[in-house]
Design a protein around this ligand. Structure first.
Ligand code: GLU
Length: 482
């Protein structure tokens, strides 16, 4: 048996992180078993479709590195892979079910159904279709269908007994059949519903393992009844627990929780996100925390999946990201940091390579960079209280003296390199016989206007250049004198 898994998103917006995790697990499981991973677009509910969402799914999957073997934009023997392009495939299967008594056309109008739904609500019962049209004799029903009367096709659920299946993660799931609603399989406009298209496609695409969100656990018995009605083999089901924001609510875009694209835009590194997402509900069984995608393919196992909801801990993701940034090859870091440097420093003559060396080990998320380096573009307003530092034993008065004495010394530097600046300052300190901090602290404050900076006084002076350094030292002197 060739393992075939599918990721089947509906194009209703950005790829949310729960969806990304499903896609990732489907990918890992298929790759690990030398099987195939398929992307299928489930767009039969066109009212919910968001413009551009299909393209976004492709680009997100590409950005995540989850290459599918078959899918709308890559082809494959089981296509088309977009459900609306398969529209004509479904009706003959529904007709077959009508013949065998597993489905029936329903002519109840929207208004009638609304009335019955209301009545049910008034009596405090959950509305379930009452099978009114199931009793129409088949011949009559067919005549009415042929006459052009609007209808939907409903699944005819058994009223007795119960349906059960084994979920790999959740074990036996059993539902009394009389609780199952007669789902619409084909809508009035001829379009299948998710409930139907999903089953037909999983079968026709020879999907062996269905991995999806746990919200489908309780409707899966209905899908199984369809498999049984057709005499098809059911797939293996692995429902995945929800990803929670915290103990009380699901992760949700509606509450402003980030999507995969948002995280990328914020400057999270793809590999860090994937690594983190993999561990949301899966455990390698040891203490290992860092995995490349290929290592995940090796290590992943269904036994390591957890059925309790996992909590999306942003701080943990940040930590992963910090570790990934810290450990990435320098050239890679420089490349990814450059657009973030540009936000503040474009057109300024700043040595990005040096700046990258100074920031790589301090960056948790790339979007922190502009704020970290903004002082290089422009000296911020700052409080002269910054010149006072207990441990460095400096205060405003001492700082003023030091800055004044330093001006001619710095002016005398011809070759403005870190080495020369360093030597010059070391000599100055030695002559004065004072502590390093007494000189470096005021100098760095004057140049940056910030308490925390990437790099110290020497590096910042180098990055700013001689003119700007002297200009800022003079501003510092002015501030301290007034
Ligand atoms: N289209 C469904 C969704 O986006 C997929 C469910 C499934 O994988 O069967 O939730």
């Amino acid at each position: 048996m060739t393992v075939r898994t599918r990721f089947a998103p509906s194009p209703t917006g950005y790829l949310h992180l729960g969806g990304l995790r499903t896609a990732l697990y489907c990918y890992l499981f298929a790759k690990q078993n030398k099987g195939k991973f398929i992307l299928r677009i489930e767009d039969t509910d066109q009212e919910r479709e968001v413009d551009g969402a299909i393209e976004m799914i492709y680009s997100s999957m590409r950005a995540a590195g989850l290459h599918y073997d078959e899918g709308p934009d890559v082809g494959g023997e089981y296509g088309p892979y977009i459900q609306t392009e398969r529209k004509d495939i479904y009706l003959p299967y529904a007709m077959q079910l009508i013949e065998s008594g597993h489905a029936y056309p329903c002519f109840c109008t929207v208004e009638e159904l609304a009335e019955r739904r209301e009545a049910a609500a008034e009596n405090g019962i959950t509305f379930k279709y009452d099978k009114k049209c199931a009793s129409i004799p088949k011949d009559e029903a067919k005549k009415r269908m042929a006459s052009g009367e609007p209808y939907v096709i409903r699944q005819n659920m058994p009223i007795e007994g119960s349906s059960s299946y084994e979920d790999v993660l959740f074990g036996t799931v059993e539902v009394p059949n009389n609780e199952l609603d007669d789902n619409v399989l084909i809508k009035q406009n001829g379009m299948p519903t998710y409930n139907f298209a999903n089953v037909i496609d999983d079968h026709l695409m020879a999907i062996t393992h269905v991995m999806r969100g746990s919200e489908y656990i309780s409707s899966t018995p209905k899908y199984n009844l369809l498999y049984d009605a057709f005499g098809w083999e059911r797939p293996i089901y692995i429902h995945l627990p929800v990803v929670m924001k915290d103990a009380t609510r699901k992760l949700s875009k509606r509450y402003g929780d980030p999507s995969f694209e948002d995280l990328l835009d914020m400057g999270y590194v793809k590999d860090a996100i994937i690594n983190f997402i993999a561990l949301l509900g899966w455990n390698p069984g040891d203490n290992r925390e860092f995995f490349t995608l290929d290592e995940l393919v090796e290590a992943f196992s269904l036994e390591g999946l957890s059925k309790s909801p996992s909590i999306f801990n942003m701080d943990k993701l940040k930590w992963f990201n910090f570790e990934y940034i810290r450990n990435m090859p320098f050239a890679n870091y420089l490349k990814q940091a450059t657009p973030w440097f540009d936000k503040e420093l474009q057109g300024k003559n700043i040595d990005y390579k040096r700046l990258a060396e100074l920031t790589q080990t301090r960056t948790e998320v790339f979007n922190q960079l502009p704020e970290m380096i903004d002082f290089l573009a422009e000296l911020p307003e700052y409080d002269i209280a910054f010149y006072t530092h207990k441990k460095m034993k400096t205060n405003s008065e001492i700082s003023l003296t030091i800055l004044k004495e330093l001006i001619p010394v710095m002016e005398g530097i011809d070759d403005w390199s870190e080495n020369t600046i360093h030597e010059t300052l070391v000599n100055f300190i030695a002559e004065k016989g004072c502590k390093n901090g007494l000189v470096y602290w005021p100098l760095r404050i004057a140049m940056s206007g910030k308490l925390n900076t990437p790099g110290g006084a020497i590096e910042i002076a180098y990055l700013l250049g001689k003119n700007e350094t002297l200009k800022r030292m003079n501003i510092g002197i002015d501030k301290l004198e007034n």
